[in-house]
Design a protein around this ligand. Structure first.
Ligand SMILES: [Mn+2]
Length: 402
């Protein structure tokens, strides 16, 4: 038996309001459906964030229905672990996943706050939506099902993988107890969604844990972390052994990244080198430019004019421009008489009362000084915060209320 594992298709996303970019997500979704048909899979597992929003546009529905109907015609099941993007934002509103389930195009947990199971032949697929993701670590769930092959499908961020993939400190993880090593070993394959960077974890004697990643890049950072996108094709042998491989997607739109000083950026953006980079893919790439020094308004205008010529010549679809600016909050002290301390105290944290507030404010204020030793200051701040769960909770509440 063979199945496809895909995730984070974000149908309906429209980065920077671009219609072309919205169409990119539909285009890749259609490629995923083509692959499911081409490889003759029995079912498709979707790790969540099928839609970008819990209230998608009619267009996003149409594109989802168009693809899923092609699978249904061929008797290919589509099973989803709903993600944070598509789960209802207020109680009782329903979700787009339920709409599609209602018309028989997919299957998802009956109650998204609990795990649910779907059987295909002798394979049990145990599904955990984002709301039920903590159950993934519960070994008792596995005892409920006696089928030979058990596969987990969940929308969840595992902290250790987030750390390894995106360099995000574990303490910034939504739930610090979500670790890959805590997943019970009774599964044959753990199909995940939520982290957009493709990642597979293979530890001997433990089930493979796989994030196929997003199918299209929501922004330049996703491209920078990994400049390929995939679906996974999994084969279950009659012996129960599992093998899998990733299949690169052809449709995601590529980026050209240029980060340099002003004059080097201008050099690199010459027509011949951009057209060479552009010709390597069917779709016109998006240009990301970062000028790593402050520049005058005239230079900025000149750069934009030059980039627009590349668009007019049909070499790129669009661009994002960032210019490094050196702003020192500390300077404001001398110009306006307001210190960083004052801003933090009054505008950020207001009157909340927490332990070590003065120390925390002191560290935050030193961080914005141009000559600050950021690494050490961050370590110091983390040390302070880690010492007090209460402080963290109060800070979190204060920031949320802003
Ligand atoms: Mn997502």
């Amino acid at each position: 038996m063979r199945f496809l594992h895909v995730s984070d298709t974000h149908l309906g996303a429209r980065p920077y309001g671009s219609r072309d970019r919205e169409a990119d997500f539909y285009d890749v979704f259609s490629e995923v459906i083509d692959l499911a048909v081409e490889y003759g899979v029995s079912f498709v597992l979707h790790g969540g964030d099928l839609f970008h929003s819990s209230n998608p546009s009619p267009k996003a529905y149409i594109e989802a229905i168009r693809g899923l109907a092609r699978l249904r015609e061929r008797g290919i099941d589509f099973i989803v672990a709903p993600g944070n993007h598509e789960l209802p934002k207020s109680a009782g509103r329903g979700s787009p996943i339920k709409v599609l389930e209602h018309i028989g195009l997919l299957r998802s947990p009956r109650d998204p706050s609990k795990p649910d199971v779907f059987n295909v032949g002798d394979v049990s697929i145990i599904v955990f939506s984002e709301w039920a993701s903590s159950y993934l670590f519960n070994p008792d769930i596995l005892q409920l099902y006696n089928s030979r092959i058990k596969i987990a499908l969940a929308h969840i961020t595992l902290c250790d993988i987030l750390r390894d993939v995106e360099g995000v400190p574990e303490r910034a993880c939504r739930d610090r107890s979500y670790y890959s090593s805590r997943i019970p070993s009774g599964y044959s394959y753990v199909a995940l969604g939520d982290i957009h960077t493709p990642w597979e974890l293979r530890v001997p004697g433990r089930p493979p844990i796989v994030y196929p990643g997003s199918t299209e890049y929501l922004g330049v950072d996703e491209y920078r972390r990994h400049s390929e996108r995939y679906v996974y094709l999994i084969d279950i042998e009659s012996s129960g052994d599992i093998s899998f491989k990733r299949i690169p997607l052809k449709k995601p739109r590529r980026w050209i990244i240029v980060e340099d000083t002003y004059s080097n950026v201008l050099n690199k953006l010459n027509v011949s080198s951009i057209s060479r980079l552009s010709s390597t893919s069917d779709k016109k790439p998006i240009l990301y430019v970062k000028v790593k020094e402050p520049i005058t308004r005239d230079r900025r205008d000149m750069l934009i004019k030059h980039i627009h010529r590349l668009i007019d010549d049909g070499l790129i679809l669009d661009y994002r421009l960032e210019v490094e600016v050196k702003v020192s909050l500390v300077e404001r002290k001398y110009t306006s008489g307001v210190s960083v301390d004052d801003i933090l105290k009054t505008e950020v944290f207001g009157k909340i009362n927490i332990r070590d507030m003065d120390k925390i404010l002191g560290i935050l204020a030193s961080m914005v000084k141009p000559e600050s030793d950021l690494d050490n200051l961050i370590k110091e701040l983390i040390g302070l915060l880690e010492g007090s769960e209460d402080t963290l909770r109060v800070l979190e509440m204060a920031l949320k209320s802003k």
